[in-house]
Write a protein that binds this ligand. Sequence first.
Ligand code: SAM
Length: 239
Amino acid sequence: MPDRSDDSASVPSEGEGNVAGPSQGGGKRGMWESRYQERDLSQFFWYRADAPPELKKLMESEQRPASGAAIDLGCGPGVMTVYLAQYLRPAVGVDIAHAAVAKAKRLAEEQESPARFLVVEAPDLPFRSGSAGLIFDRGCLQAIPRSSWRKYFSEVDRLLQPGGQLWLYCSAPTSARLLTRRGLRTLAGRVLGRKQVALGETIARHLPRSMETVEMEDRRFETPSGRTRALIYGLFRKR
Ligand SMILES: C[S@@+](CC[C@H](N)C(=O)[O-])C[C@H]1O[C@@H](n2cnc3c(N)ncnc32)[C@H](O)[C@@H]1O
């Protein structure tokens, strides 16, 4: 069953119609569920027990969104939702995986945080238009097929109030493994002479006109298995 136990009146929900049920997430949900069930958080290379320093700095500055809800897309174990709940209310974390939401709820309980959590499959986001002051996404956009990125950004645009911000961390491998669908697509593209578009450029192309880029940094990092990944950190504001 979709996890609706925290979908109370204080969560800016538009109703439960968009809350993803087990059948909608399909294979993707199953993949994330088993990852969370089989591994300890410390085994995820992306897991951090604290908010990134640049965001802490931003939150403590005049630049931070002063009002509206905080929505943490692909909240995973909820570390950032709990952090954001100190500044913005309501703070709601959404994730495709029930197992992630269960961990996130446990963390909120342990830390006596008012953060709330819902099982939702982005880019369908069951929240009221203009209700969010801040949307945080670390690792969710990259898990959504590129064909749904327009929908993702139009949902972000719909939810943000004027002056609201999107804080985005999005990563992708710098080279695709050949024997994967992505690898074969990349190879076919090369053969056909198609230009490879950098991740930052792809994000910029999807950004609605109503949103401006405040800053965007192109970083790289190496995973524990030795693969290099591109990482875009971006701060975007709704005009
Ligand atoms: C790389 S993890 C990052 C978790 C968390 N944001 C963090 O930084 O610790 C990506 C998360 O996105 C979730 N996810 C993947 N696809 C999603 C989707 N379409 N909608 C919502 N969550 C999704 C996964 O279950 C996973 O928890």
